[in-house]
Design a protein around this ligand. Sequence first.
Ligand SMILES: Nc1ncnc2c1ncn2[C@@H]1O[C@H](COP(=O)(O)OP(=O)(O)OP(=O)(O)O)[C@@H](O)[C@H]1O
Length: 286
Amino acid sequence: MMEILRCEGIRKVYGAGENRVVALDGVNLSVERGEFAAIVGASGSGKSTLLHILGSVEQPTQGRVLVEGEDISSMNRTQSAIFRRRKVGLVYQFYNLIPTLTVRQNILMPLLLDKRRPDREYFAQIVDTLGIADRLEFLPGQLSGGQQQRAAIARALIYRPAILLADEPTGNLDRRNSEEIIDMLKRSNRSLDQTILLITHDERIALAADRMITIEDGRIIGDCFCGGAGEDDCFCEGAGEGDCSCGGAGEDDCFYGGAGEDDGFAKYGESRSGKRRQETCGRIIP
Ligand SMILES: Nc1ncnc2c1ncn2[C@@H]1O[C@H](COP(=O)(O)OP(=O)(O)OP(=O)(O)O)[C@@H](O)[C@H]1O
């Protein structure tokens, strides 16, 4: 397995004196190629700050971020702008499409900025996966919210980014459209082998992911590999019992990883993340 993203000892402090806020307080994270991970946490826990740092939109006060082995925390402004365009796909709650351009032009914009030609086959694959192939010549205003978000995801994918970072991508959508977007992200993860990190405060949405990372007061307090076929197919890492929200059917549907060997479990599911769980069983991911 190849590590796509790694962050080490990330701290982010805003302001000074009375206004000082420690938004992130020593975050370590490793994401491998092909993972679909969700970061959950209450409002103000530091989710967006973390996403901005991972996407090089903001710099950490301390610590470093490696994307495909490259240290992005030491880049200058120009380097980070290019890095963002080519290596990370960013998707926000509001779609940020350019209203005067067609859906096709919006999707191709990152390539146009670099004067690059699209790979026609990949373009067709993305718009097909996202179900917007018949809306390419429309303007964003002629699309539903869900369709606009799908176009925004297609734009984020056009450069085949190392990682797609999505900040509350369903925050502005009703339940049906939210489910559709999550389904589209899952399809992109599976059929394009796209690595995805999704931020949400809604654990129901996070359950669609294979991994759920819980953040509280700027620290990771739980890291759970889920998305398996069922019983025995879930493994959590954290401080102990109660530190998991796998959304399983019942008590037996979850394993709590903790301090020692006895905290692991004997069986591993055949799911995609099974191997990884086996590797990380009984220890916190470095
Ligand atoms: N630019 C900033 N200046 C000062 N404080 C900030 C800034 N951005 C975020 N913070 C503070 O950092 C903390 C974490 O904020 P962040 O936006 O990362 O939380 P969040 O988990 O994404 O919340 P939400 O779910 O409400 O979006 C909060 O206490 C917030 O007030």
